[in-house]
Design a protein around this ligand. Structure first.
Ligand SMILES: CCCCC/C=C/CC(=O)SCCNC(=O)CCNC(=O)[C@H](O)C(C)(C)COP(=O)(O)OP(=O)(O)OC[C@H]1O[C@@H](n2cnc3c(N)ncnc32)[C@H](O)[C@@H]1OP(=O)(O)O
Length: 364
């Protein structure tokens, strides 16, 4: 790279584009937008395309990024692209060099940490900077981890979150990646993914325990009705703001929550979006037991290690006896909830809520 002359050649630019393609780690949307904008400016000059519509989120973000470069000369954009690509490849390469020993690398998960020890498989949601929001990759990885845990040597499986949140629920940027078939195809694909995801919890054969380490939102709350025990820190809260988001209940909660807490309390949560404290969630039967945050990890792990010593086949069979007669019903509820949601995601109410969050106009 001709860095001394501070003017990147066409060859430097092409090398930089290859460097970007070969990056082992995703540099994130913000950086990708910057690269896109610099590429367009370097090859086509200032943006003179018409501005995309407000619901065409991806193209609008790209247009905004390119347009922000104003009349930056092509040569400067080319140089900036080369510099950015070079800084990315050195920072992302070096960060991947310090990680080989970590769970993430050794298990091949990008959004989870999965460990298996003392008869317990622990699946940790691991996007703490995004409050463990569940993106499409995480949905797939959770399903993969559950399938592996159902067949491994462990006798119980635990789901928890890394950082201050258990999970902020569905990653709202999932709605921005619109395929060529448009928003209808996106809604259809999302409903298929959601149905498969929830189905994995319905069918999970071993005792499944949630350790809710902090606030839980949306789908991370609704699927708790499919767990066998839910232990919560007293910092945890339980929030299903579906109406606020123009959406409707999922995770079989339209059935399980009614059974767990009765229709009136379930309606307060699922229709009016009432946020529960851990104590309230325990009083309503959604949470098994609440622990002070300072002793949460120690107390719960002591208990789980004792559970994991129980005969695994007996636990599996007891779970089957308790749960199996409900399975067919749960799959039917899951299918119905997903088909209702597929329509909801296309509504103005839902699209406006997503746009407002993504444009930083609203938060829960
Ligand atoms: C396949 C599709 C299936 C769909 C299934 C449907 C499920 C329904 C649901 O799950 S509904 C629930 C959806 N979740 C939300 O609406 C939560 C949105 N998030 C918030 O309101 C807030 O972020 C918060 C209250 C959770 C936390 O607020 P706080 O101020 O403490 O933190 P930040 O807002 O600064 O968050 C830190 C960064 O994390 C990003 N982020 C948090 N939650 C989400 C999310 N759900 N989706 C996408 N991104 C999220 C946030 O944008 C910040 O990112 P930044 O640092 O890059 O700005």
């Amino acid at each position: 790279m001709n860095r001394t002359a501070m003017r990147a050649s066409q060859k430097d630019f092409e090398n930089a584009m290859n460097q970007v393609k070969l990056l082992k780690k995703d540099p994130g949307n913000e950086v990708k937008l910057k690269l896109y904008a610099l590429y367009k400016q370097a090859t086509e000059g200032p943006c003179n395309m018409p501005k995309p519509g407000v619901f065409d989120l991806i193209n609008k973000a790209k247009w905004d990024a390119w347009n922000t470069l104003g009349s930056l000369p092509k040569e400067t954009a080319r140089q900036n692209y080369v510099d950015l690509a070079s800084s990315l490849s050195s920072s992302l390469e070096s960060s991947s060099q310090v990680e080989p020993g970590t769970d993430r690398k050794s298990t091949g998960y990008e959004t989870l940490m999965v460990t298996s020890e003392d008869g317990i498989t622990k699946i940790t949601l691991n996007r703490p900077a995004k409050k463990n929001a569940i993106n499409v990759e995480m949905y797939h990885e959770i399903m993969r981890a559950l399938k592996a845990a159902s067949k491994d040597d462990s006798s119980i499986t635990v789901l928890t979150g890394n950082g201050d949140y258990y999970s902020s629920g569905n990653d709202l940027t999932n709605f921005t990646d619109i395929p060529p078939g448009g928003v209808e195809e996106k809604a259809k694909n999302s409903a298929i993914l959601l149905r498969e995801f929830v189905g994995c919890f319905i069918d999970f054969p071993k005792p499944l325990i949630a350790m809710v380490n902090g606030p839980a939102v949306g789908i991370s709350v609704t699927i708790l009705g499919l767990f066998d025990a839910v232990y919560a820190s007293d910092r945890a809260t339980f929030h299903t703001p579906f109406s606020h988001l123009g959406q409707s209940p999922e995770g079989c909660s339209s059935y399980t929550f009614l059974k767990i807490m009765g229709p009136a309390k379930a309606t307060e949560m699922l229709v009016f979006g009432k946020k529960l404290t851990a104590g309230e969630a325990c009083a309503q039967g959604l949470v098994t037991e609440v622990f002070p945050d300072s002793t949460f990890q120690k107390e719960v792990w002591t208990r789980l290690k004792a559970f994991a010593k129980l005969p695994p086949n007996a636990m599996r069979i007891s779970k089957e006896v308790i749960r199996n007669r409900e399975k067919e019903k749960l799959h039917a509820v899951n299918a119905e909830e997903c088909s209702v949601l597929q329509e909801r995601w296309l509504s103005d109410e839902c699209m406006n809520a997503v746009v407002n969050f993504l444009s930083r106009k609203s938060k829960l």
